[in-house]
Design a protein around this ligand. Structure first.
Ligand code: NI
Ligand code: MN
Length: 228
């Protein structure tokens, strides 16, 4: 189990490099000069999008035109990408796509989904990545607390989980602790906080609360990389 890295690109954006694949999730970072990620010099083979809101759909069009990755999203959001001339796959809820790095599965998120042009983008999603090396990474997207997490925990118990903790648009720190429990995940990476005044979160408190339930909290700074 080597050769896989996760880099945090701020907000809900992550880059995963595994084997010959480079995967961006919710790539919204090009406006942010603090984030060091030059798309021209990086391997980008896939973009996974949880939903069409600007802070998640983000720089998809620019990156797709520059690097021609495969974009995977929920059906209507995928269709929207295809209409823009992007190489995209649209899937339904619970739909799984086999890729060169493993399986990408679209699961529920308790949230809305509007596309950049104001149209409905289909149901908002969370994304489970099952890497070929067996590691399961779960990106919860934007979501409120929901009992769906229990089922996801029962079926998949992800090794690493990215959870929104900022409140206002998503669940907050306290709810995210409950989500981590339900998901039966061992490692939690908080996201979607402190980007705007409306989503301020106390990450130290969150770390302590996650530790208190016997789990590991990795509060990543922008540009930070973890290897496993
Ligand atoms: Ni959203
Ligand atoms: Mn958001």
């Amino acid at each position: 189990m080597t050769d896989t890295i996760i880099k945090y690109l701020g907000h809900s954006a992550f880059y995963i490099k595994t084997g010959e694949c480079g995967i961006l999730i919710d790539p919204w970072f090009m406006h942010n000069s603090e984030v060091k990620f030059d798309i021209e010099n990086e391997l980008i083979t896939h973009i996974l999008i949880t939903h069409g809101h600007g802070d998640h759909f983000g720089d998809t069009v620019t990156i797709a035109k520059a690097k021609n990755p495969t974009v995977i999203a929920i059906f209507e959001t995928g269709l929207f990408c295809q209409k823009l001339g992007i190489n995209a796959i649209g899937v339904g809820m619970s739909g799984a796509v086999k890729t060169d790095f493993g399986t990408v599965r679209f699961l529920p998120a308790f949230h809305t989904n509007t596309l950049p042009n104001g149209e409905y983008g289909g149901i908002a999603a969370s994304i489970l990545i099952e890497l070929k090396n067996g590691v399961k990474i779960y990106h919860a997207g934007d979501t409120g607390l929901t009992k769906e997490f229990e089922l996801i925990g029962e079926l998949y118990s992800p090794d690493i989980t990215m959870l929104p903790i900022g409140g206002h648009f998503t669940m907050d720190e306290k709810e995210a602790v409950l989500a981590a429990k339900m998901l039966k995940t061992q490692n939690v990476i908080p996201m979607h906080y402190n980007t705007f005044d409306t989503i301020k979160a106390n990450v130290e408190e969150f770390k302590a609360d996650i530790s208190a339930i016997g789990k590991n909290c990795i509060a990543m700074k922008a540009n930070q990389t973890i290897t496993f």
